[in-house]
Design a protein around this ligand. Structure first.
Ligand code: HEC
Ligand code: HEC
Ligand code: HEC
Ligand code: HEC
Ligand code: HEC
Length: 301
């Protein structure tokens, strides 16, 4: 596989048929794909209120914004970010290797395009996504969905990131379409011990930047009980909201394909899985508005 990528990376400069010669005009001929990219969080990965506040906070503590911008590209992901990606140096921390003088890399080769095109197994692999969706060695900014996917039942069955996250080339998520993706992720069921939550995602539930978000199970009724599923950051063993200070990321989510059971307090009338796009401790610390919580799934008791 590596030899094939190296070979592909060494194709001669294709001049007017290269990616570079068409860059910036992809959307003229592929308007639907351009529209889908524009509707996703990939269009502006460096402009959410939360990102800007956290990047500035990190910079004030000595973490250069350039570290973040390897993945949170200030100009946004372009078509070429993925379709000119020939390989990666390492499968994490945004280390993609691009070949702009070569052909457009896609699922298949076609001679009907004005640009050269090749079928490229890297572009259609989870490794493409994993190169940015695996952050390691950057304090509490740690995110390992690709690493978790590699060990998941989905990976064993050959189900890639693209199969779940790119129906029709769209990439919805917590930011672009909060409810849609999460609802497909889980089932909540009655069991003799209480309630069982099963994770159908191809990695932990939740995954990605989960310490910045909230996902929890809540029993409502005579008393309110809450079980957190998002990651907790710690420094010196104590919880902290701050990814810059954190020396430990404690995952509390459910592993891919696994089920967790919750025993409910007496007098429970309803059980819900709830989510919030921005963790309240994080928004309070950074002076951002409080994000609303929503019920992803509920069972009446
Ligand atoms: C985040 C990476 C990414 C970005 C950004 C991206 N694509 Fe794709 N695109 C893919 C992948 C991966 C596939 C193959 C899907 C698969 O393997 O299931 C693909 C497939 C395609 C196809 C083949 C037909 C199809 O829909 O499957 C076209 C055409 C295409 N992309 C055009 C574009 C254009 C034009 C842009 C910019 C507006 C763009 N893509 C941006 C990753 C990307
Ligand atoms: C190796 C790539 C990579 C690096 C480096 C990286 N991130 Fe991220 N970050 C991601 C990915 C991928 C996501 C999307 C995961 C998700 O939404 O769950 C993300 C999500 C986020 C989010 C939540 C989404 C949003 O924009 O509101 C914030 C905030 C964020 N990162 C801040 C940072 C900051 C600040 C830095 C630098 C100190 C940084 N990241 C470094 C890849 C990276
Ligand atoms: C002048 C029009 C035009 C421009 C500009 C253009 N394309 Fe295409 N592209 C096409 C046509 C036509 C096809 C063939 C469609 C078919 O076979 O159904 C195609 C096919 C593709 C495919 C599919 C190949 C496959 O694997 O099935 C991808 C991916 C793609 N283009 C990406 C891009 C990207 C990325 C850019 C910008 C760098 C771009 N295109 C710019 C016209 C264009
Ligand atoms: C079997 C389907 C499936 C596969 C395979 C899969 N995912 Fe997911 N993914 C989901 C579901 C469902 C969710 C929503 C639950 C959640 O947020 O954890 C999700 C959530 C995410 C999130 C958080 C979304 C957000 O908006 O913050 C990221 C990031 C992510 N996946 C990345 C990946 C990457 C990268 C891969 C491949 C290495 C991958 N996923 C493979 C189904 C899948
Ligand atoms: C160049 C780095 C990069 C690549 C390559 C990349 N992503 Fe992302 N992705 C990001 C960043 C950064 C974010 C966070 C954007 C934000 O929330 O502002 C993100 C966000 C997401 C989200 C969450 C969207 C939301 O609305 O919250 C999903 C899902 C996702 N990516 C899937 C994928 C898949 C699938 C692939 C491979 C086909 C992929 N990504 C390739 C950098 C990348």
């Amino acid at each position: 596989m590596t030899a094939l990528w190296l070979l592909a990376a060494c194709l001669p400069d294709l001049g007017p048929r290269s990616v570079a010669a068409h860059a910036g005009r992809c959307g003229d001929c592929h308007p639907a794909h351009a529209q889908q990219l524009a509707a996703s969080a990939h269009r502006e990965p460096a402009s959410s209120e939360l990102f800007v506040a956290l990047r500035d906070h990190a910079a004030a503590s000595g973490l250069a914004p350039a570290l973040c911008e390897r993945c949170h590209l200030p100009e946004g992901l372009t078509c070429g970010t993925c379709h000119a990606a020939a390989t990666h140096h390492r499968p994490f921390n945004g280390e993609l290797v691009h070949d702009w003088t070569g052909p457009v890399r896609g699922p298949s080769s076609t001679s009907r395009a004005p640009h050269a095109s090749v079928a490229d197994p890297f572009v259609t692999s989870s490794a493409l996504c994993g190169t940015c969706h695996d952050v390691t060695g950057l304090a509490g900014f740690e995110e390992r969905p690709y690493e978790h996917w590699l060990r998941s039942p989905a990976a064993a069955d050959g189900v890639r990131c693209q199969d779940c996250h790119m129906p029709d080339h769209q990439m919805p998520g917590w930011r672009a379409d909060p409810q849609a993706l999460l609802r497909t992720a889980l089932t909540l069921q009655r069991v003799p011990e209480g309630v069982a939550l099963t994770n159908h995602a191809g990695h932990h539930l939740p995954d990605g930047a989960s310490s910045l978000r909230e996902l929890w199970v809540e029993a409502r009724g005579a008393q309110l009980q809450r079980w957190e599923l998002h990651a907790e950051l710690r420094t010196g063993g104590q919880p902290t909201w701050d990814p810059v200070q954190a020396d430990e990321v404690v995952l509390r989510g459910i592993e891919a394909g696994a089920t967790r059971t919750f025993a409910l307090p007496v007098g429970t009338t309803e059980v819900c899985v709830c989510a919030r796009e921005v963790n309240l401790d994080v928004s309070a610390a950074l002076g951002l508005p409080q994000a609303e919580a929503w019920d992803v799934a509920c069972l009446l008791w």
